[in-house]
Every structure is written in structure tokens, then in C-alpha cells.
Write a protein that binds this ligand. Structure first.
Ligand code: NAP
Length: 289
């Protein structure tokens, strides 16, 4: 068996084209350009690169985008004041605060301050609560990207066994809840899980997001399973480039479908922020109001 390789780049191109049309339609109907604001406080080289990628992606689909860059010494009050201003700005539809923050600033404060309606990265307690209750909610972008891939590949989930390796707030937990809403039987695994292989071998869909290079080997995968690799890790052999949590070379001979790293989940993540921003923008606007 050779797995179908899920082409995240092609899927991203498709989604980008759909978003471009959606943005055009929104501008025509509302006479306003949907807008995202990215807040970057201090930030290392990596945050700079991530921020630029979000800005480029938003511009690429025709959305308005603004960078609010604040110095590393910014106080909690200063950041909170900016976030409240963005909450009140009717022309701003989505707010993304780039993590990690400088030590004096708390992620919790940010999550508590950004209005749930503008929380397009799904970090606020209200977004998490809505998701928990099965109400419409923004998802953290990576979890949303995994769902997007499963939907676009028409992967059956109803009654299927899904194993998610991660209980993190940004990937594992939101993903598991979303999969539950889609009627999958979900197991959440983590670093204390005993006999991981016994669980992964039963998975019709296996999502690996542990951040452990190539930990999923062919022996851990049920023949024909769909394997989604969220991991981004340095290559253990020391060579440049990144590898996933899945040992792609061996697993592709067992799985039914598999995402590569790079070129799988990664290309979709930022676009899901924008997709969610558009969903929020449409919801906040009703004709004639
Ligand atoms: P994280 O907060 O460190 O979470 C990792 C999770 O995996 C934790 O729940 C941990 O368990 C579990 N885990 C670690 N080692 C394990 C093992 N040997 N067996 C079973 N479970 C194990 O990491 P994260 O921020 O969610 O990111 C996870 C990975 O996804 C990283 O490689 C990251 O670079 C990548 N990522 C990719 C994208 C993308 O766009 N593709 C976006 C975000 C993150 P405990 O809870 O017990 O510690």
C-alpha cells in the first residue's frame, strides 16, 4: 500500500482562491474591506517571520491588514489599552497577538481582553467555552487547519476512531473537541500515555502533534489510516530542513493517506486565521442593519 500524499500547498492555493472571492463579495456588499490587526510586542526573529507571513497572507486575499508593533518594554496596561481600542474599532474584524510575549506580559491577560468575536486564533476562554459546549466558535488556527484537511479530503469521521497525540491548548484539546462534534470516537494521548502503540494501531485517523521528530513509525499505524502530521521539528540527523512527528518514509507504505512535512498542515495554518476572520466578519454584519 502506498499512501495518498495530501498536498497541503495545493489545498492552500484552493483555499486562498476561495477567500479572495469571499473578500471581494464582502467588499461589494458591505462597501468595507475586512480587516485584521496583528499585534507584535518586542519579538525575536522567528516572531518577525511569522508576523510577516500573516501580513502577506492577508494582503494576498485582499484583506486589509495592520501591524501594531510595540516595544519589548511595553507594560501590561499599555497592551491592554491597545487591545481594548481594537475591540472597539468597528473596522477591525480580527485581532491576532503574536506569542510568545515578553516576560512582564501575561498570555492570560491577552486571552481575557480580546473580544471573543475578534479572537480569530481561538485563544479566549469564551472561544474555548463555546467549543466545549458545541456552540459556534473560533478554533486555534492549527487545530482548524487539521479539520480543514480532513474536510477537504472527505475523510469519514462519524463513528471512526481518531487518536490525537497532544493535549495542548492550541492543538490537542480543541481538535479533540471538534472531532467529537463530528461524531468521531476520540482518544487524547500525551506524554504519560501508556502503550501508545496499542492506541495508535486502532486509529482510523491519527493526528500527531507531540513535537517529537519521527516518533510515529510504521508499526504504530493501522493499514489504510489517515495520518495527519502537525509536528515541526529539527532534523535529528543534523541536516537542515524540518521533519514531522511521523517517520514519513516508512509510514507512507502503511497509511491510506498522509500529510508530508513540510507541505502538509503548515501552509494552511495562517489561511485558517483569515477564513475564521471572514466568518466572523459576515456574522457581525446583517443586511440593512
Ligand atoms: P506542546 O505544547 O509541547 O504539546 C505537545 C503535546 O504532545 C503535549 O500534550 C505532550 O504531552 C505531548 N507529547 C509530547 N511527547 C510525547 C510523547 N512522547 N508521547 C505522547 N505524547 C507526547 O506543543 P504544541 O505547541 O502543541 O506543538 C506541537 C507540535 O506541533 C510542535 O512540533 C510544533 O512545532 C508543531 N506546531 C505546528 C504548527 C503548524 O502549523 N503545522 C502549529 C503549531 C505547532 P504532555 O501534555 O504530557 O506534556
Amino acid at each position: 500500500l502506498t499512501a495518498q500524499i495530501i498536498d497541503g500547498k495545493a489545498m492552500a492555493a484552493e483555499l486562498r482562491a476561495e477567500l479572495r472571492l469571499d473578500v471581494e463579495k464582502y467588499i461589494q456588499q458591505k462597501h468595507e474591506t475586512p480587516a485584521v490587526v496583528v499585534v507584535l510586542v518586542g519579538g525575536d526573529a522567528a516572531s518577525g517571520v511569522y508576523t510577516k507571513a500573516i501580513l502577506r497572507a492577508a494582503e494576498g486575499v485582499g484583506m486589509a491588514v495592520r501591524l501594531e508593533q510595540m516595544p519589548a518594554r511595553t507594560s501590561s496596561e499599555e497592551l491592554q489599552t491597545l487591545l481594548k481600542t481594537l475591540n472597539d474599532e468597528t473596522s477591525t474584524h480580527g485581532v491576532i497577538v503574536q506569542m510568545p510575549l515578553p516576560v512582564q506580559l501575561s498570555q492570560q491577560m491577552v486571552a481575557d481582553t480580546v473580544l471573543a468575536e475578534k479572537d480569530i486564533d481561538g485563544i479566549s476562554p469564551r472561544s474555548a467555552g463555546n467549543l466545549f459546549l458545541g456552540l459556534p466558535s473560533f478554533l486555534p488556527a492549527t487545530a482548524a487547519a487539521v479539520i480543514e484537511i480532513l474536510e477537504r479530503t472527505h475523510t469519514p469521521l462519524d463513528g471512526k476512531r481518531v487518536v490525537v497525540i497532544s493535549r495542548s491548548n492550541v492543538v490537542g484539546k480543541p481538535l479533540a473537541l471538534m472531532l467529537l462534534q463530528k461524531h468521531a470516537t476520540v482518544s487524547i494521548c500525551h506524554s504519560r500515555t501508556r502503550d501508545l502503540t496499542a492506541l495508535t494501531c486502532q486509529a482510523d485517523v491519527l493526528v500527531a502533534a507531540a513535537g517529537r521528530a519521527q516518533m510515529i513509525t510504521a508499526a504504530m499505524v493501522k493499514p489504510g489510516a489517515t495520518v495527519i502530521d502537525v509536528g515541526i521539528n529539527e532534523n535529528p540527523d543534523g541536516s537542515s530542513g524540518i521533519v514531522g512527528d511521523v517517520d514519513f518514509a516508512s509510514v507512507q507504505n502503511v497509511a491510506g493517506a498522509i500529510t508530508p512535512v513540510p507541505g502538509g498542515v503548515g501552509p494552511l495554518t495562517n489561511l485558517l486565521l483569515l477564513k475564521q476572520c471572514m466568518q466572523g466578519a459576515w456574522l457581525s454584519w446583517q443586511p440593512g442593519v
